[in-house]
Design a protein around this ligand. Structure first.
Ligand SMILES: *Cc1c(COP(=O)(O)O)cnc(C)c1O
Length: 419
């Protein structure tokens, strides 16, 4: 069962807060590296296995560099993410460019960086050729439609905007083969935050079977199957982590039965997980500004949904620890809120916590993925800093907090005086 413990004591936290005012996200390097090694080890049977970290989950070059050192690449889906990868020193086929509704300039940049290009639609073949030329290696994103059930966040595949239909895949690979593309990959992403390992085994099976059919029909050879991201993490204390070894064993069995048995080995297995890689190893640290007692009890924090949008956006659960009060009885019910003028700016609703007072430090768990990254400036809210606890216990700031000057930077006040 997932434990919801903090990797730092109240005393350590107080010392950090003395130097860096709340709110901030703080990441645990030791835990990120340990998890990355376990992830790689689970797929050690698969030669050429590679995880392309989904940059959108935690777009910080320090985190990306740690993961690069652990052997991971980067999964990008925008121009800015491509530039982040480049500036981190991740280039060439260490980048998977899995975009959709893609502007020409992004394809041009991806081609310049020699990234692996994963196309979202059959019409993008002509579009890519026209604007940036066709590469030697191409990957298509498959949408299985009604053939596969989706899950809560991503919805039904046939309603999703992503990917090629089955027929379009055959047509697309044929077009690319006839235009001289030599190397091929296939990708699908049909789940988000999924904890059932069988889901990913089934996804692999679908891709492997398609590879057999398409290779035979078109006489092309596939280099990789990209199982994408979507592996879940236990946000709630009662949930279990994904059994990675069981998942990997299941995929290996399908690989042997389908890929190896049809003479299509070696085929590399790629993933592009974000949440699983950094999610549990980030924390949003915030202080209680106000306690309010009306029809309900409210604990108002100095953070708001600009720092963590998942509870407001998906009704997502994020565990909360009150630093130094872990052992006290959780006997008081609160809505834990932010300061946005938006009634769903709540980190938790009806949460049992120890009795809170002004100045208490609340640590919100599992913010290492899709936390800071989803931040925004609505209501003039400024994005927080990001800190990293190094393996030796020292703390570094890996992104400063935004200032009002940052917020105003795109406005021209000189023009206003003559307006
Ligand atoms: C969001 C996304 C991912 C990562 O998803 P996680 O749930 O963080 O693992 C991977 N690939 C693509 C194309 C995505 O859009």
């Amino acid at each position: 069962m997932a434990e919801k413990k903090l990797p730092f004591s109240k005393k350590q936290l107080d010392a950090i807060i003395d130097q860096y005012p709340t709110p901030f996200h703080i990441y645990d390097e030791k835990a990120i590296r340990k998890n990355a090694r376990e992830f790689k080890k689970a797929f050690a049977w698969s030669r050429g296995f590679k995880e392309f970290f989904a940059v959108k989950a935690c777009p910080n070059p320090y985190i990306m560099k740690i993961l690069q050192a652990e052997g991971f690449g980067a999964d990008c889906s925008s121009l800015s993410e491509l530039v982040l990868a480049q500036k981190t020193g991740i280039v060439g086929e260490e980048i998977m460019f899995s975009s959709n509704d893609t502007p020409a300039k992004e394809f041009i940049k991806a081609r310049k960086l020699k990234a692996i290009i994963n196309l979202d639609d059959i019409t993008h073949i002509d579009y890519l050729e026209k604007h940036a030329g066709l590469p030697d290696l191409i990957c298509f994103r498959y949408n299985p439609g009604p053939l596969k059930k989706g899950n809560f966040i991503i919805g039904h595949p046939e309603e999703a905007k992503y990917g090629f239909t089955r027929e379009q895949l055959f047509e697309g690979y044929r077009i690319c083969r006839d235009r001289g593309v030599k190397r091929f990959g296939i990708h699908t992403m049909v789940a988000s935050n999924e904890l059932d390992p069988n889901y990913f085994v089934e996804t692999a099976e679908i891709l492997f079977n398609l590879i057999v059919e398409i290779s035979h029909a078109l006489g092309i050879r596939f280099e990789f199957a990209n199982l994408s991201g979507g592996m879940g993490i236990p946000y709630r204390p009662g949930q279990e982590r994904i059994d990675l070894d069981a998942m990997s064993r299941g995929i290996k069995k399908k690989y042997e039965q389908i890929i190896a048995a049809n003479g299509l080995a070696p085929l590399k297995i790629y993933t592009e997980c974000g949440r699983y890689i950094t999610g549990p190893y980030g924390y949003l640290v915030s202080k209680v500004l106000h306690i309010k007692d009306t029809y309900k009890k409210f604990a108002g924090l100095d953070a708001c949904m600009a720092d963590l949008m998942r509870p407001a956006l998906y009704g997502a659960y994020h565990h909360i620890t009150v630093a130094g009060k872990e052992k006290l009885s959780h006997d008081t019910m609160y809505d834990v809120t932010g300061s946005l003028c938006e009634n769903n700016d709540k980190f938790a609703i009806d949460r049992m916590l120890p009795k809170l007072t002004h100045g208490d430090t609340l640590v919100i768990h599992d913010t290492g993925a899709h936390g800071y990254a989803m931040g925004f400036n609505y209501n003039g809210k400024l994005r927080s800093a990001e800190l990293l606890v190094r393996e030796d216990g020292s703390v570094v700031q890996i992104r400063r907090a935004e200032t009002v000057a940052d917020y105003l930077r795109t406005l021209d006040f000189k023009g206003l005086s003559e307006f």
